[in-house]
Design a protein around this ligand. Structure first.
Ligand code: NAD
Length: 482
């Protein structure tokens, strides 16, 4: 087998890392090395910064409609290569190719379409001081910015940052996760074909400690938009705080689902199951702590168990696969460690909890059964720490207040869901849930105009719509006396 050797995309061209260093890229479904990823460092960052500096004056002064046309053409380029990108994403990440085809890649295209429109609609404020003066606020591009993304939704989250950064008139140095670099590498060519001028977007590969840190710390990088783990976010924030860079952090979650006896039972089972195990539970928004009103606890539990037993992990590249592989061996071992801890802390594993060995091509892949655990205290490790795998815990509750208190008993604050037909209760609880996003009777229903992000250890700042356009611009107020 010939290895798929990836390259950085700098100044509109693919180029090898200056240091010649590479990291193995492993296919999670087979456990086999199938490619190599540059492990870039300061030297590559310098090249990318020089290219971005050359490109910046023309890009930030380009008429908005022309900039929007280019972003729209990138979206069309992604759509034109849907099947190829979906296959690459499934191979790289282990997610079902059907999921990549229906969700990840179309959403990457939507990100560019959305911000192509957003930049033509983005307006700034003016404040009139009666008979005295008028203030108007300019929102100007920051210059060169960094976009750093994780492995779970590779192209989806990469483009969710890059599209608004470009739309706002910045040049970008972007780094995908070294664990899932393939579709990000392909994006360079798509942008080139779409007419994005050389140097406006530079895609560097490599580990966080080498490439990621070099990008974030470069003095010419004015802002960092980061999505990833909470510990990494803390490390980046502590490095960048004294440098006064703008920072947006989208971090981990431990998302509660509050399920009431008056919910639409069948629909709730269906949706909560999807919220728990989509993408093998590796979505920052996945429900992981399920609180179920006591009167329906047993019935709801049995319905979830039946669905979990029916969901068998399989080769992600097969069209009918609903559950693929976990992203890597270390990640699978981490998830298994949490399940062991749950057992030690008194949890009862109702279903799953074991690795699955498939036959044939995938015999060495990283597959895990959907896992449901009950009997753990809310203070148990598996109820407090992010597992980021196909593992959920169940707990009964008896009143709105108790459910709310359990849901809010967390250092995280990303997303929550409420399942009830009593809408006044849903509104009341939404106000008091400590999460940046609340979904009522749905999950992952996204309107790209809305603020997206978490509170507490789930992050700082919001992405999406105006929030992203504001993050990627510097406001400057001009006061004119009459
Ligand atoms: P990670 O923190 O290990 O890595 C994320 C990215 O940061 C990667 O590209 C990595 O190379 C880079 N990185 C690592 N150390 C760095 C450093 N010191 N400086 C600069 N860059 C560095 O996270 P992961 O394991 O790839 O992703 C899983 C995590 O991401 C989970 O915690 C999940 O909840 C979180 N996540 C959050 C959201 C959200 O929107 N809140 C979305 C998806 C994933």
């Amino acid at each position: 087998m010939t290895l798929d050797v990836l390259a950085n995309f700098i100044d509109g061209q693919y180029c090898p890392p200056v240091n010649g260093h590479y990291i193995d890229n492993i296919e999670p479904a087979t456990g086999q090395v199938y490619g190599q990823v540059p492990n870039s460092d300061d030297a590559d960052v310098e090249k990318a910064i020089s290219a971005a500096q050359r490109a910046l004056p023309a890009w930030q002064t380009m008429p908005l409609e022309q900039r929007a046309d280019i972003l729209y053409a990138i979206a069309k380029g992604i759509e034109a290569r849907l099947a190829e990108l979906a296959l690459a994403e499934a191979t790289d990440n282990g997610k079902p190719v059907t999921l990549a085809t229906n969700v990840d890649i179309p959403r990457a295209a939507s990100n560019f379409k959305f911000f192509a429109h957003a930049c033509t609609q983005f307006a700034s404020e003016s404040h009139n001081m009666a008979s005295t003066a008028v203030n108007y606020t300019l929102r100007q591009p920051l210059g060169i910015v960094a976009c750093i993304s994780p492995w779970n939704l590779p192209l989806y989250l990469f483009t969710w940052k890059i599209a608004p950064a470009l739309a706002a008139g910045n040049c970008v140095i972007a780094k995908p996760s070294e664990v899932t670099p393939k579709t990000a590498a392909m994006l360079g060519e798509i942008c080139h074909v779409a007419g994005l001028p050389a140097g406006v977007l530079n895609i560097l590969h490599g580990s966080g400690t080498s490439a990621g840190s070099a990008i974030c710390n470069h003095p010419e990088v004015k802002a960092v938009s980061f999505t990833g783990g909470t510990a990494t976010g803390a490390a980046i924030a502590s490095q960048l705080a004294p440098k006064f860079k703008k920072l947006s952090l989208e971090l981990g979650g431990k998302n509660p689902a509050l399920i009431f006896a008056d919910c639409d039972f069948e629909q709730t089972v269906e949706e909560v199951f999807r919220a728990s195990f989509a993408n093998q539970g590796q979505i920052c928004l996945c429900a992981s702590r399920l609180y179920i009103e006591r009167s329906i606890y047993e019935k709801f539990k049995q319905a979830l168990i039946a669905k979990a037993k029916a969901l068998q992990p399989a080769d992600p590249l097969l069209a009918d696969t609903q559950m693929g592989a976990l992203v890597s061996k270390p990640h699978m071992e981490k998830v298994m460690h949490f399940i062991d801890l749950a057992r030690e802390e008194g949890g009862n594993v109702l279903v799953g909890g074991e690795q699955v060995q498939l036959a044939g091509r995938c015999e060495n892949g990283y597959f895990l059964q959907p896992t449901i655990i009950e009997g753990l205290a809310n203070s148990a490790t598996c109820n407090q720490q992010e597992i980021f795998g196909p593992v959920i815990t169940l707990q009964p509750f008896d009143s709105d207040e108790e459910g709310l208190a359990l849901a809010n008993d967390s250092q995280y604050g990303l997303a929550s869901t409420i399942w009830t037909t009593n809408l006044s209760r849903a509104h009341r609880l939404s106000e008091r849930l400590n999460t940046g996003i609340v979904w009522i009777n749905c999950w992952l229903l996204r309107d790209l105009r809305t603020p997206f992000g978490g509170m507490n250890h789930s992050g700082v700042g919001r992405e999406g719509g105006e929030e992203a356009m504001r993050f990627f611009t510097e406001p400057k107020n001009v006061c004119v006396k009459y």
